[in-house]
Write a protein that binds this ligand. Structure first.
Ligand code: FAD
Length: 394
């Protein structure tokens, strides 16, 4: 009995492209494909985040940099996003005594930008919805892909009903634990690895000050480097900051070691004293907010004939310490677009060239991201590093 045996295939018109996942990469990709004249169907497991209330009202932000900007500009929305992005011109390091040191990210006005994840995704979905060539389907979870028959199975998560659809070309932007990639993994000689850090992350929130202002320097990425762990904070437009604590799961200073409100408060008071007054709900948030894991996923090939291609985290999930996961996924979209042009819509050639071009870059940024964790949590606080930076910048 195959997963498809009882469901009638509901044929999708043959010129329609199927995008799995309406996250950051899937929604941007749909815009690129539609600009080339294709009709696009996007299937997204979650509810429409524009209606569901953005991640329970909490703003989570990401660092957007040059590669991401170029890809957004490619569909004409760079300027609009810039209006709601906060430039971060430098790192501000907070030591254990609350002393600050600074490292510029570049020269003069060069910066990386803090943007709201939900806000950016909403903007991309708005644009996709306004495009008559794109159809968005929410609450649709891909549960199975039959590569040989070009069919996939979708479960409506609101009604728990299933439908089967055929597809001509499937663009998988369904994230690190991609259902489409799961089907590729069953093919012969498929290369796949996943590796988790022994660290997790916890998001905490610094509210705006009483006058609605930022309680720390606004145009900066703040870091509390502490050797074996660290915390960072990025600014939001409303005067708040999102802090992320990167912390071992086990050991002396770890999630496992902090079990009570008193332990959390005492630990923060000892190692992050300057931020404690800015985190009034520290203990509550610490225990209520989930602990996220940090995975690196590598796989190959990313394409199956002229039929399936993986993009974004589905093909290269990386740890967040270079702030490049979304940026790299956005760059996937602009590179794929340029290859469609170069190979005149010959999908076999486009997909083959895409994976050959992108795989070495994806592997490189995966390694750099792990390396940068050591730099951010440890070496940025090393006086020799600060001295060397001063010499380099002379
Ligand atoms: P996702 O964002 O995971 O989106 C996948 C979409 O597919 C989701 O909407 C999901 O609901 C949907 N989906 C999943 N499974 C299915 C299914 N079976 N059927 C249908 N739909 C499905 N990157 C940066 O560039 N800068 C940063 O500063 C940065 N900071 C980060 C901080 C943290 C703590 C983490 C964890 C990541 C960070 N990243 C950052 C990485 C960034 O979040 C990812 O690279 C980016 O979200 C990848 O986008 P994506 O669309 O490929 O995948």
């Amino acid at each position: 009995d195959t997963p498809f045996s009882s469901a009638a295939a509901d044929a999708v018109s043959s010129d329609s492209l199927t995008v799995m996942g309406g996250g950051l990469v899937g929604s941007l990709l749909a815009l690129y494909l539609a600009r080339r004249g294709y009709s696009v169907d996007v299937f997204e497991r979650r509810a429409d985040l524009r209606r569901a209330g953005a991640e329970e009202g909490r703003s989570i932000n990401l660092a957007l940099s040059d590669r991401g900007w170029k890809a957004l500009e490619g569909v004409g929305i760079g300027e609009e996003v810039r209006q709601v992005a906060i430039p971060m011109y430098r790192r501000v390091m907070h030591d254990q005594q609350g002393q600050l040191t600074f490292q510029p990210y570049g020269k003069e006005n060069q910066a990386i930008y803090s943007v709201s994840r939900a806000g950016l995704n909403q903007k991309l979905l708005d644009l996709a919805e306004a495009n008559p060539q794109i159809r968005l389907h929410f609450n649709q979870q891909c549960t199975h892909v039959d590569l040989r028959e070009r069919r996939l199975k979708l479960r409506d998560v609101t009604t728990n009903t299933e439908q089967t659809r055929t597809f001509q070309r499937l663009f998988a932007a369904d994230g690190a634990f991609s259902a489409v990639r799961a089907a590729m993994q069953k093919t012969d000689r498929y290369e796949y690895s996943q590796s988790f850090l022994e660290y997790g992350y916890k998001e905490l929130n610094i509210e705006p000050g009483p006058d609605g202002q930022w309680q720390m320097e606004k145009n900066a990425l703040h870091i509390w480097p502490r050797g074996q762990y660290m915390m960072i904070a990025l600014p939001n437009l409303d005067g708040s900051f999102n802090c992320t604590l990167f912390f071992p799961y086990e050991g002396e200073n770890s999630f496992a070691a902090l079990q009570t409100d008193e332990q959390v408060l005492a630990f923060f008071q000892k190692v992050f004293p300057d931020v404690v007054p800015l985190l009034p709900d520290l203990a509550t948030e610490f225990f209520q907010n989930p602990t996220g894991s940090l995975v690196t996923i590598r796989c190959y090939p990313w394409a199956f004939a002229d039929e399936v291609v993986l993009l974004g985290d589905a093909s290269h999930a990386i740890v967040p310490f270079y702030g490049q996961g979304m940026n790299a996924g956005f760059e996937d979209c602009s590179v794929l677009d340029s290859l469609i042009e170069e190979y005149h819509n010959d999908w076999h050639a486009v997909f083959a060239a895409f994976q050959q071009r992108r795989k070495p870059d994806a592997d490189a940024i995966a390694d750099l991201a792990i390396y940068n964790f050591e730099e951010m949590r440890d070496r940025v606080a090393d006086p020799r590093f600060l001295l060397q930076k001063k010499i380099e910048s002379k």
